[in-house]
Design a protein around this ligand. Sequence first.
Ligand code: SIN
Length: 535
Amino acid sequence: MDRNYLINFDTRQLPQEEWEYVIIGSGIAGLYSAYIASRYGGKAVVLTKRTVLDSNTSKAQGGIAVAIGTADSPDFHLEDTLVAGAGLCNYEAVKILVNEGPQRVAELINIGARFDQDNGRLLLGKEGAHSRNRILHAAGDATGAEIQRALTKQALNNPSIEVRESHFVVDLLIRENNCYGVLAYDTQSEQLKVFWSKAVILASGGVGQLYKHNTNPEVATGDGIAIAYRAGVEVMDMEFTQFHPTALNLPEAPRFLISEAARGEGAYLLNCHGDRFMTRYHQMAELAPRDIVVWAILQEMKETESSEVYLDLSRLGDEKIDRRFPNISSTCSFYGLDVKKEPIPVTPAAHYMMGGVKTNLYGETNISGLYACGEVACQGVHGANRLASNSLLEGIVFGQRIIERRLSISDPYRSIPLAQRFFYNEAIINEAIVNQKSNYEHLRHSIQSVMEMFVGPVRTSAGLLKALDIFENMENLGKNPPVKWDEMEVCNMLQVAQLITEAALMRTESRGGHFRQDFPDSLKRWRKHIILKRV
Ligand code: SIN
């Protein structure tokens, strides 16, 4: 995209509001930040493009990792996170995550999140690459839904927080390295609005919808990364897309997540012959780091010349399946599969973005007044491959740090330019293209197919170049400016697809979630980050 802003606008012509905090996104990072802001007496508006419940948080199954078990410690959690991160974690950021995590989780429980217990003792499950049991879960396998419920209830009853649903943030209002607020589109009233603020927090989640096969909700289209990049914000580690090893693989079903917690409880991965294979790939077998399990599944598919791989839960027994995996069990049953009797057909699917808007340890970006936390952000806690269930924790740990940082700095450096004009009025570039109606819905599907085909778990230089070529052509089609918010969303998807592909092409090695068939080894000289910034 070569436009500064997605659409033409003039702030003087638009309804305007001023807020202490403008928070973009209503998942765990956004709602928790709003809660902490309110605890310190701040007032926050949370802008969310669909309903408050539409987030990746709502869909999280396995849980939230936290070192609170008697046999555990933050140091063990640190070590596991660093190993999974394949040499690219920011050590200081991980230390903060694991040390501040227990306190933040206690806060979450205070807010009302109900995690599974046995006689008043919190139950701790296990997931891939964790050396200890440290995964809190709720309603068996519906942890995210419970956290979302508790935080949403809190936000809706909190007089200092206003949640605005159906508000799609189009662009950030940035001048001379300061963020002054956002331009948003109210999709109900179909009206542009301006939200001024000295503290804008991006908490808009991930990018899973860039791929045809993914475990994410429809809202996960990478908007936060796209609007930040357009505005000159640095983004980092974009090549590190995480594919979850086990998404449901039935022709008539979406790629519903089959939680890693199932393997944590003892479920086996089987190839098309019914043979267990993970023991041949890693000493932790089914509980190897996620990138390794994905790679092993793809390898097994190749060797057996079959796309069939299964996850066998039946060996857990009926009682455990009912207690731990009611959500998985009932969803599979909806598609005609009895997980107590039959193995579940599974396949890797796009799940999480390790990279994102580059921040420091306080969630600050390279633009004053602009912060980021949760999946949209990248301060380096996940490195090249996120440790399972660290993402919910990241949202609350860094959400808190942003608010505390904000309060610790005196605020003289700028004032909101209410009377000032932010505007954009770019003439349309090419008449012929303008007159040809862009089909954004078609573009959306094409982006998803190209990403799936060329920028999936196995990448090559030829495929990535081909993808970039196709995206450039799409950009020309997209020169007809978007009118509706879902068209703007497609522009964001295209922007983020290009960033992922460009970074993936640059990184001529394999590491964590990024596997290059033409460069299969991890190279010492690549122990570094790729930071992209628009000039
Ligand atoms: C899962 O339940 O397998 C997902 C956990 C995660 O992505 O961290």
